[in-house]
Design a protein around this ligand. Structure first.
Ligand SMILES: Cc1ncc(COP(=O)(O)O)c(C=O)c1O
Length: 456
């Protein structure tokens, strides 16, 4: 394939390719930023620029760019058995191996022993909801249809996953399904009850109990929660939050679905968010970091108890009535196996813990006391600076997202990809980043803050 010249590519992109979460009216003016390749934390752009990928794509390129061994594994698998559907009795070797590998990686005592692979995070959560309903159906309580999620949640964009997503921007012209119930989030900086941790006694957990009582426990199938709310603004809960939440779920026989789409595979400095907060979920959904984005893959893992209930107690003759053409895709699973090899061999989880804590310290040192930085949050390779008008919780200049977007754009000009998440400027570097890389990223961020604050 002969390379196209950049102007032609830009023209054809604007003419024919649609981009998600992008305002088409503006896009036809700005056009694409075309990526040619990359290596480690760096992206190489088609116009010759080299920039630091400070957001790992979309929180997902955990091992960094240019890992040819993943390409080689995919190539081998493609020549062997590229794909066959997993429906009925059909199976292939690589998904079997990957399932066993993940069972061994999940922290002790979780009994997450049964897996189904999907194509990404949204369909993983759809699968999780269906599985929770099949579990309750097997227990002869089909009226348990409701799913509880929390404010600031992002669980994906397909119908039910979007209904569990509570960020209002995702509901323009598309209301959530009525079976979804939304409650408070553990967002201490913006506490719904105006309280302060720890005096609050976790009023946000009580809010979930109150919603269960209001709706009737006999109507609720599951609660879904991200260990750390990512797209909502890197919201890190108090450490005992999940202990209380899982106690409530157990008491009412409501399943706890943990959405590890961002937090899985090392991002928090632990293999999974459930290690960081000692959570015992019934169902885990995952995606992103499992392949570092080299191929699309997601999935769910369920406990032996949930699996056995569906297997043994469902009405005879009723199959697990849910499936996707690309469940258990062997080539995507081969990418995951090679990706996990890299994470293990290069100790990237440990690196995310130590370099991640350096990142947080560095942000605190650089931005602590900055007039518009009201809160600095993070864990592992996830970090956010929440920006407000000094002394208030209002957006800088009164315009939501304007200041963080200006900072992110300035970072781009200066050679760093950072992301505006509502009132936050966020970083999520690849897990292979070093302390020197962090110094470079934070220096660019500091300059961007300075230039936007002084020149607008
Ligand atoms: C926590 C969480 N869950 C689910 C999803 C949806 O994943 P996907 O975009 O692969 O469908 C995302 C995507 O950002 C996410 O952050």
């Amino acid at each position: 394939m002969d390379p196209m010249d950049l102007d032609t590519l830009r023209e054809l992109d604007i003419a024919h390719l649609m981009h998600p979460i992008t305002e088409f009216r503006k896009y036809v003016e700005t056009g694409p930023r075309i990526v040619r390749g990359g290596s480690g934390i760096h992206l190489e752009m088609a116009d010759g620029r080299r920039v630091i990928d400070g957001f790992s794509g979309l929180f997902n390129i955990n091992v960094g760019h240019g890992r040819h061994e993943i390409a080689d594994a995919v190539h081998r698998q493609m020549r062997d058995v590229p794909y066959y559907p997993a429906f009925y009795e059909f199976s292939t070797e690589t998904p079997i191996r990957l399932a066993k590998r993940l069972v061994d990686l999940f922290p002790e005592g979780r009994e997450l022993e049964h897996l189904l692979f999907t194509s990404g995070g949204s369909d993983a959560n759809e699968t999780a909801f269906r599985t929770a309903k099949l579990y309750h159906g097997a227990k002869r309580r089909p009226e348990r249809q409701k799913i509880i999620s929390r404010r600031y949640a992002y669980h994906g964009i397909t119908r039910s996953a979007a209904s569990a997503t509570t960020l209002p921007a995702y509901h323009v012209f598309s209301a959530p399904e009525p079976t979804h119930v939304h409650t408070a989030a553990p967002y201490c900086f913006r506490c719904d009850f105006g309280k302060t941790y720890p005096d609050c006694a976790l009023a946000c957990v009580d809010d979930i109990e109150a919603a269960i009582q209001r709706e009737g426990p006999e109507t609720i199938a599951a609660v879904i929660a991200e260990p750390i709310q990512g797209t909502g603004g890197i919201i890190v809960p108090p450490k005992e939050y999940f202990l209380q939440l899982q106690e409530i779920c157990r008491r009412h026989d409501i399943l706890l679905i943990l959405d590890e789409v961002i937090t899985g595979f090392g991002r928090t400095g632990h293999w999974f968010g459930m290690d960081a907060f000692n959570i015992f979920p019934d169902i885990v959904s995952f995606a992103k970091g499992i392949t570092s984005g080299y191929l699309p893959l997601g999935g769910i893992a369920i406990t032996d108890e949930v699996y056995r209930t569906i297997k043994d107690d469902s009405p005879p003759g009723l199959p697990y009535m849910f499936g996707l053409t690309y469940n258990n895709h062997p080539t995507a699973c081969a990418a995951a196996m090679a990706n996990l090899d890299i994470i293990e061999r290069e100790h990237l989880v440990e690196n995310a813990a130590s370099v991640g804590s350096y990142l947080k310290q560095k942000l605190e040192k650089t931005f602590g006391g900055h007039p518009v930085v009201a809160d600095i949050r993070g864990i592992g390779m996830l970090a956010a600076l929440e920006c407000t008008e000094p002394g208030t919780k209002d957006p800088v200049g009164g315009h939501p997202m304007k200041f963080p977007s200006a900072v992110a754009n300035k970072c781009w000009d200066l050679g760093l990809i950072a992301r505006a998440l509502w009132d936050n400027v966020a970083l999520a570097p690849p897990l292979c980043a070093t302390r020197e890389d962090i110094d470079e990223m934070v220096a660019i961020l500091e300059r961007a803050f300075h230039e936007v604050s002084t020149n607008g």
